[in-house]
Design a binder for this molecule. Structure first.
Ligand SMILES: C[S@@+](CC[C@H](N)C(=O)[O-])C[C@H]1O[C@@H](n2cnc3c(N)ncnc32)[C@H](O)[C@@H]1O
Length: 250
């Protein structure tokens, strides 16, 4: 996936989410932390700023994203890997964190179990996933609502793993991680106007981008008009919220 396109599409939500998620995870100076599914580095950058580059490691299965995060932080320990097979010894880190990744893992329980394995006993495992439940508050909620109204889809992202109330904590439990805190982390993202919100949907990022690209031009125009009608003219704010869980490996 093109990191620049990702930044323009999802980065506008994940970048402002990262400081709040890092606060929630309770990471302090000197804590050696691994960012799992780092992408181009929204959370990694916050970790590097707060903890220092020597205390941070990052993994992602996408070579393009890994190259992007390395370009941002040349001294970062960055590896090409999935959460399910972390290339680190046991108990190497004080904390393992994953922002907006669990729902993309092929096996979320195995991924979380690996995050616990590489964390020291009593350390921190934390993850967050956009709230895609019924009346969900994911950043794309308006888009999926419009697509459903036009009967272009049956459901949006409501079936993504871990994305409804209580689900992420349950995955932690199944991975043997005792959840100590569950919260919502929220962001408000400001847009100068509708075009600024809509245009990145045409960049082909993720399943949404693929979905938009496959629509006929008439259906795409109809969807665009339906979305536009849901926002005021001029600038507006899109709120988004993610379920966040913090736990301690046994
Ligand atoms: C929505 S992005 C989040 C990226 C970054 N954490 C952020 O907040 O911007 C999801 C990321 O998960 C990565 N990913 C997908 N499957 C994964 C897996 N099994 N293990 C780890 N990361 C995975 C993708 O390559 C992508 O970088």
């Amino acid at each position: 996936m093109d990191p620049d396109a990702y930044e323009r599409f999802m980065g506008r939500f994940s970048t402002p989410l990262a400081p709040g998620f890092a606060d929630f995870a309770g990471l302090g100076t000197g804590q050696r932390t691994i960012d799992v599914g780092c992408g181009p580095g929204a959370l990694t950058t916050v970790l590097v700023d707060r903890l220092g580059v020597r205390s941070v490691a990052a993994v992602d299965p996408s070579p393009q994203f890994l190259a992007a995060v390395k370009a941002r932080h040349p001294k970062l320990l960055a590896r090409l890997a999935t959460a399910e097979a972390l290339p680190f010894e046991d108990a190497q880190f004080d904390a393992a964190v994953a922002q907006l990744v669990v729902h993309f893992m092929a096996d979320p329980v195995a991924g979380l179990r690996e995050m616990a394995r590489v964390s020291r006993p009593g350390g921190i495992v934390a993850a967050c996933v956009w709230d895609h439940g019924q009346n969900g508050r994911g950043p794309l909620a308006v888009f999926w609502q419009a697509a459903q109204e036009l009967e272009l889809v049956v459901e949006g992202e409501t079936s993504r793993t871990g994305a409804t109330k209580g689900e992420l904590a349950e995955l932690f439990a199944r991975a043997g991680i005792r959840a100590t805190e569950v919260a919502m982390v929220s962001v408000d993202v400001r847009f100068g106007g509708f075009e600024e919100w809509w245009n990145p949907f045409l960049l082909g990022v993720g399943s949404v981008g693929t979905f938009v690209a496959r629509l006929s031009s008439d259906a795409r125009a109809e969807l665009r008009a339906r979305c536009s009608a849901k926002f005021p003219t001029g600038a507006f704010t899109v709120p988004a919220a993610a379920w966040a869980v913090r736990g301690t490996p046994d």
